[in-house]
Design a protein around this ligand. Structure first.
Ligand code: ADP
Length: 530
């Protein structure tokens, strides 16, 4: 066993609670770190969907009183174990988490009490560790929902000798989701007034929870090297590029891995036939089965099948796709799109779908089984994201010999090698300029290559041989954990006997900063599409 104790604090973890790739990361990375000897545990809200998945979670701590604004929230903590043996602590507060969605409903938008829900989550970490008498070397925080933990650590917990040697690592899975709340919510955090400043979590008069993670964490990571550079530019920085530039020496990008057991064409039980790089016959069976399941007419079934699996969000490049869709339909191809999210995007896709029922199928579901079947069946996978912190589906595609056509951004650029530039090493097709023409041109090029059977099979074999296992990423995270532990906390006040050391002593000890302008909830970009 290594000397590293890591507490993952996350709003999502696969397979219990998921809206996107963050859940996949938190579902898989702890297992890989454990294999390398870390003592990793996970802290997660006990949402309704988690309770349904783990009804046997045992009560661990009861009736903790967590100060939030002027009141104290009473919470409980349950404990369970994942199939890979990771201990999960679950924050139970039905009033906050026993809901149909994680962050808001499609009809009514973000839940109005999201700030309160996640302040409570963040503040619960201190009593959890104290009562367990388990003090992590590193709190590994994921996205805005957990970012305040770094501020609590910096301003409060550091004075507790048990916590003074811990460090914080904040991983940005998507900078666009910031947890932005009206400024008058600041008092509910119980942070000192100095935290509500431009060098703290204040952002144009609002509270920006994500920014707390950026400024107060000991180290920052993003989920691909290219995205770590992109977010330091105005184009991708969402107004936080300056903050990120200032921290560039404490910021690095680690490409996500994928769960190579769940996504393995040789063992996948969710697909009708299995296959490998040395015997691709099963892939053909998968394609025939899917085409017939989706109702593509017999006479079209020898066409190349293009697939998309995605949240329906502008980030994912649907503006480009919608522009070229008619022209794409004039080519001898079939296209299947699996996705849920933005109603307008869904409407536009369906409109074209109705005009081409024999060639285009839109499946408006969040359906993991179907996701596996599409990955296995398709010849080409389309991922034209405007930006993509890492992206998982292009890696699943490579593993299933489904050649990706991607925009050269973020993790898409880091995980796909362009066949046009590197014909002997290429694993997919990348377009540089974010335009419909560039996208269409790469699709046409891919279709040309598919006609050259032997060459195409070579690309498939190379794609399937790529190593996207979590072990590679986990080793890089280990290096950062060690650096955080080694660096200690320079510049921090030394812990004194007279320093506040108990959690409750911080209650209401700081006055809130005035009440800066409040434009209501319209600026709240706190969630992904459910
Ligand atoms: P993001 O986190 O931005 O949504 P990623 O590519 O990192 O994008 O991860 C998306 C994850 O969600 C993948 O595991 C993908 O398969 C899954 N996913 C997205 N939409 C659907 C859907 N409609 N049905 C099934 N799985 C989906």
């Amino acid at each position: 066993m290594s000397d590293l104790q890591i507490l993952f604090c996350s709003p999502e973890a696969s397979p219990y609670a998921k809206t996107g790739g963050l859940a996949d990361v938190v579902g898989a990375l702890p297992g890989a770190l454990r294999q390398l000897g870390c003592d990793v545990r996970l802290f997660l809200p006990y949402y309704r969907c988690v309770r349904d998945e783990i009804p046997s979670a045992e009560p661990l701590l009861e009736n903790l009183k967590i100060p939030v604004g002027l009141h104290k929230a009473t919470v409980h903590i349950r404990e369970a174990r994942t199939s890979s043996g990771i201990t999960i602590y679950l924050l139970e507060k039905d009033e906050y988490f026993d809901r149909s969605y994680l962050y808001g409903s499609p009809a009514r938008g973000d839940y109005e009490d999201n700030a309160e829900r996640f302040i409570t989550f963040c503040r619960s970490v201190h009593p959890l560790c104290t009562l367990l008498n388990w003090f992590p070397s590193v709190f590994h925080l994921h996205d805005w929902q957990t970012a305040l933990i770094s501020a609590y650590h910096r301003f409060h917990w550091i004075y507790d000798p048990h916590f003074s040697r811990s460090g914080t690592l904040f991983t940005i899975h998507n900078l666009a989701y910031q947890g932005l709340f009206p400024g008058d919510h600041f008092h509910a955090t119980h942070l000192p007034p100095e935290a509500f400043s431009t060098s703290g979590l204040e952002f144009w008069g609002h509270c920006n929870f994500l920014k707390a993670g950026l400024v107060y964490s000991d180290f920052l990571t993003t989920v691909s090297p290219r995205y770590s550079r992109e977010i330091q530019t105005p184009e991708f920085g969402y107004g936080l590029e300056g903050v990120l530039q200032e921290r560039h020496d404490r910021l690095s990008g680690i490409l996500n891995g994928i769960d190579v057991d769940t996504w393995n064409p040789e063992t996948d039980r969710l697909i009708p036939a299995r296959f490998s790089a040395s015997d691709m016959s099963g892939k053909k069976v998968c394609k025939e089965a899917l085409l017939s399941e989706l109702g593509f007419p017999e006479q079209t079934r020898d066409r190349p099948l293009l697939g998309i699996i995605s949240r329906l969000a502008t980030q994912k490049g649907f503006d480009l796709l919608i522009e070229i869709l008619e022209e794409l339909m004039s080519l001898p191809i079939l296209l299947v799109i699996l996705g849920t999210g933005d109603r307008e995007i869904e409407h536009q896709l369906k409109k074209t779908g109705e005009a081409y029922p024999d060639h285009l199928k839109i499946v408006s579901q969040f359906n993991e089984v179907m996701a596996h079947r599409i990955e296995a069946a398709a010849d080409i996978f389309l991922m034209p994201s405007r930006y993509e912190p890492c992206g998982l589906n292009q890696m699943y595609s490579l593993r299933y010999g489904t050649i990706p056509v991607v925009h050269a951004t973020g993790g898409l650029d880091d995980s796909v090698v362009d066949v046009s530039r590197y014909p002997h090493d290429g694993t997919g097709f990348k377009f540089e300029e974010y335009t419909p023409e560039a996208f269409l041109e790469k699709i046409r090029l891919a279709l040309n290559w598919i006609g050259r059977k032997e060459k195409w099979e070579e690309i498939q074999r190379r794609a399937m041989a790529q190593d996207f296992s979590w072990t590679r990423s986990a080793r890089e995270y280990m290096k950062i954990y060690r650096e955080i532990v080694r660096a200690g906390r320079p510049g921090q006040p030394k812990v004194q006997a007279s320093s506040p050391s108990s959690f409750d002593q911080f209650d209401d000890s700081f006055t809130p900063p005035g009440h800066p302008s409040d434009n209501g909830g319209s600026l709240d970009s706190s969630r992904k599409q459910p």
